[in-house]
Ligand binder design. Structure first.
Ligand code: FAD
Length: 449
């Protein structure tokens, strides 16, 4: 049985609401025993702490981080067996030289496989391939009774679809069998376009649904009036050897490296303020090409530009920041200009704001994606922010949309219930499987999950 550490202060990536818990790192072999010995305050699994809020925290209880142990690819079937504690970074290091890539990647590769399944993460290709859960063959789950269950879309589908997107509340995932994607190199062929306003970017993104495997737009959320929603859209495809020349061809199977720079632990207060963000956004928009096609970029530059800077979340200082990510269905697309205008008028600075298209969602009871438009914004905590997000929540609910649990740190239980129509089913499965509440987190208590 691995040692339980003294209470450790934990936060999500946004750095808000730290709480202390006993953290244990365990091999797959030891997970069941740690689960069986969870005390009355319960236990939650933790990956690499990249969810923004309190999903992987458990104040006064236990937090269990499975260790990375195994990556075993069967190239014939294109299925990898991987332990839940393995990071996407390490998985990519192994997969790319074999000619494979993860089927879905979030905007950082410093997430664990277990954390990615528990949040049912989506990438820039959701409109084509759905979210990560769609590519899981099956997984091993240690449930509240300390038993290991193998669940998949064909065996125990109820438990599988409660676990995919279930934020660790059905048990601890120890191993995942994942279908991976054959690729021709470690590079991408990229098109970058500057678009003058929201109508232009939304129309181009609809076309990109048909033309491109990957697409995402960066939006200047401080631009108002006729420039509301001005954007830089990037679309891309995996490059084959025929797309490469020179250095890129010589390093055909290049793998993502470690961060090149880091942010020091002390950062002056108020760095992310409106004037700095306005200047950054202006520069970022102007420096983007009007329409550049056929640029070859390494996978890391296309998918994970922020991973080049270690601990960039420290730029927000001690008060931390919130990521607000919502999705509204296609039928409510006309609401997007109103929502964006409201955000721009409120003037909360965000230099990381991305717009994506989602295709149809899957059967995950608490999975976030539904067909439509999703906008994600990083916002420093500041007076008035809570009220703004509360208002936006109301609009999102009225439009039939929802907020992403992996990014949330502030929503209320009634708001969540209004957003996720299958919440009661999820609660029933949990009550049957875990009647004494072994699995708990700060998030599950805040949202009465
Ligand atoms: C810069 C950045 C960009 C991002 N971009 C995207 C994006 O494009 N798309 C997207 O979907 N998400 C994105 N995210 C969110 C991120 O992908 C998810 O929050 C993911 O869950 C983080 O994985 P983690 O290993 O850090 O998990 P943690 O944050 O440690 O935990 C997240 C949840 O997973 C559960 N969990 C962790 N391990 C296990 C396990 N072994 N068994 C059961 N449950 C477990 C935890 O209990 C918790 O509820 C981004 C985050 C950052 C910081």
């Amino acid at each position: 049985m691995p040692e339980r550490q003294d209470p450790t202060l934990l936060t999500g990536w946004g750095g808000t609401a730290p709480t202390a818990a006993h953290l244990t790192r365990a091999t797959s072999h030891d997970v069941a025993e740690v689960v069986r010995s969870a005390g009355s305050r319960g236990l939650i699994a933790r990956g690499l702490g990249r969810s923004y809020g309190d999903a992987a925290q458990n104040a006064g209880g236990a937090v269990l981080a499975p260790l990375p142990e195994l990556i075993d690819l069967d190239p014939g079937s294109g299925v990898v067996r991987v332990s839940a504690g393995t990071s996407f970074h390490h998985l990519m290091e192994r997969l790319i030289p074999w000619g494979f890539f993860v089927p879905v990647t979030p905007g950082t590769r410093y997430v664990s496989v277990g954390g990615a399944v528990a949040a049912d993460v989506h990438g820039k290709n959701h409109h084509r391939v759905g979210s990560l859960g769609n590519h899981v063959v099956d997984l091993d789950l240690v449930t509240a009774d300390g038993q290991v269950q193998t669940v998949g879309p064909d065996s125990q589908p109820d438990l599988f679809w409660a676990t995919v997107g279930g934020m660790g509340l059905t048990g601890v995932i120890t191993e995942v069998r994942l279908r991976v994607l054959p690729v021709g190199s470690g590079h991408m062929v990229v098109r970058t376009e500057r678009l003058p306003d929201l109508a232009a970017v939304m129309s181009r993104m609809r076309e990109a649904d048909r033309e491109s495997t990957y697409s995402v737009a960066w939006i200047d959320t401080l631009a108002t009036g006729p420039r509301l929603g001005r954007s830089v859209l990037t679309t891309g495809e995996h490059a084959g050897p025929e797309d490469l020349e020179g250095r890129a061809l010589r390093h055909r199977w290049t793998v993502p490296g470690e961060p090149r720079v880091g942010v020091p632990s002390f950062v002056p207060a108020g760095l992310i303020a409106r004037p700095t963000v306005r200047a950054f956004n202006e520069l970022w928009f102007r420096k983007a090409p009007r329409d550049r096609r056929g640029e070859v970029q390494p996978i890391s530059a296309f998918f994970h530009p922020l991973d080049g800077v270690a601990s960039w979340n420290r730029l927000y200082g001690d008060p931390g920041f919130v990521q607000y990510q919502f999705v509204i269905p296609d039928g409510s697309h006309s609401l997007m200009p109103d929502l964006l205008a409201r955000i721009a008028r409120a003037g909360h600075p965000s230099f990381l704001a991305v717009l994506k298209r989602f295709g149809p969602g899957n059967a995950g009871l608490l999975s976030f994606p539904i067909e439509g438009w999703t906008l994600a914004l990083d916002l420093p905590t500041s007076p008035g922010l809570r009220a703004l997000l509360h208002d936006l929540d109301r609009e999102v609910v009225a439009a039939g949309g929802r907020v992403y649990l992996a990014k949330d740190s502030r929503m209320s239980a009634p708001t969540l219930a209004a957003m996720y129509p299958r919440l009661e089913e999820f609660r029933r499965i949990r009550a049957r499987l875990d009647p004494t509440g072994v699995f708990q987190s700060d998030l599950s208590r805040r949202l009465s999950l």
